[in-house]
Design a binder for this molecule. Sequence first.
Ligand SMILES: *[C@@H]1O[C@H](CO)[C@@H](O)[C@H](O)[C@H]1NC(C)=O
Ligand SMILES: *[C@@H]1O[C@H](CO)[C@@H](O)[C@H](O)[C@H]1NC(C)=O
Ligand SMILES: *[C@@H]1O[C@H](CO)[C@@H](O)[C@H](O)[C@H]1NC(C)=O
Length: 481
Amino acid sequence: MAFEEEPQPLKIYFIPYLAAGHMIPLVDIAMLFASHGHHTTIITTPSNAKTLPTTPNHHFRVHTFDFPSQEVGLPDGVENLTGSTDLESSWKIYQASVILRNNIEDFVEQNPPDCIVADFLYPWVEDLANKLHIPWLVFNGFSLFAICAMEALKAHPIVDAHPSGSFVIPNFPHHITINSAPPQFSKEFMDPLLTVALRSHGFIINSFAELDGEEYVNYYHKTIGHKAWHLGPASLTRRTNKEKAERGEKSVVSVHECLSWLNSNPPNSVLYISFGTLCYWSDKQLYEIASAIEASGYGFIWVVPEKKGNEEESEEEQEKWLPKGFEERNREKGIIIRGWAPQVLILDNPAVGAFITHCGWNSTVEAVCAGVSMITWPLHSEQYYNEKLITEVRGIGVEVGVAEWRISAYRENEKLVSKDVIEKAVRRLMDGGDEAERIRQCAQEYGKKARQAIQEGGSSHKNLTTLIEELKQLKASKSLQ
Ligand SMILES: *[C@@H]1O[C@H](CO)[C@@H](O)[C@H](O)[C@H]1NC(C)=O
Ligand SMILES: *[C@@H]1O[C@H](CO)[C@@H](O)[C@H](O)[C@H]1NC(C)=O
Ligand SMILES: *[C@@H]1O[C@H](CO)[C@@H](O)[C@H](O)[C@H]1NC(C)=O
């Protein structure tokens, strides 16, 4: 990445949460500020620091604090939500982040920056920023659309949800029916965090204004009365294949093998299936997914949880989640990836015709950039809102039709989504026809818009310039006091 020299650089600290989905995009955004010549420092822990990009940019620094492994009772080296596999460890990671607070506060107070960009899960940054009289910006990796929906529900709580749990988002620019109601505890956890975030100087969004749309940019500014800057898509800031493959963790498959297999397939003939990093599945559900993939007859790359199909797995265990003989029959047809996949590279390949996704925002934005249409299968949290942005609002995907908000990423769903339902959604996009063609074209247009947004004069580029100017003014007015 090219970088500029800036005569009056800002000093900005970034404090990402200890989970890949939060950390990767925020680090990319930090790199953007560094590439404009501002001094950026990422504050994290040693094992998380290992995944950060190695860059020749001297404006980009990392400051680490030892992870309190012993205090919270996690093994050495497990310092993020990718390394943790259940609710208990995710709680321990959260505890650790609370313990790290004192260290971070001391460091920041002794070396005060001009601005802090912190994850939404660190509400205490508010006091720190106020004490230092500096602005603080919030990041949570959500779409602005999802933040608007959450805020609308906070302001006008639902009293008459349908017995099925579905409800209409009140006082919203579009008439949107969400398929499943958030569990009470999820609101109880999120709402206070959102209240604090709305007292910050503004939200940073990993997306571009055209994707959330003018309606929601205006709704946020005027109705909610808070600022938001669209600075993404963050994933587009990585330009080379090596950089793209290194986004996050090292892939578990040979990137070369995967790409040359894709290259041997015709355009739009392969289905890519991945549900993100934090996902628990029952064997029965995996079995239905496998059966649907096979019945559809399309090529596939399917990312399954890491534990599945390792060497220790017996045939009997395997047959619980994978139909007998599946791998032999589909040797030519597809690839099963156990663990981390080079997702950006896969999505960018013309062979990929559709992406079955959990609608996590990180994955959604990557698909939008690649112009790939989506088959939506939300599991929990804001994914239910993202689904509607993808399907009803922007028309770049179709729903599988799930209506069950998982209590946590580590719990399986109660209702099984059957092979037939999955296959039907797959065919809706992959079999062609007018609807599929319209959706595919629309997805490609948004892919173009994403690229334009980050170029000079594009919406995200302009939002970044405006934000930097504003921060400089705040700095100048502070030094006058
Ligand atoms: C975030 O991005 C990486 C790298 O592109 C992707 O592989 C991963 O699945 C995403 N993580 C989440 C939590 O969605
Ligand atoms: C997460 O932690 C694991 C160790 O458990 C480490 O290998 C990995 O690099 C970390 N990943 C990210 C994205 O921070
Ligand atoms: C970001 O860009 C959009 C689209 O150009 C614009 O409507 C919005 O006002 C900008 N946001 C800020 C905070 O300047």
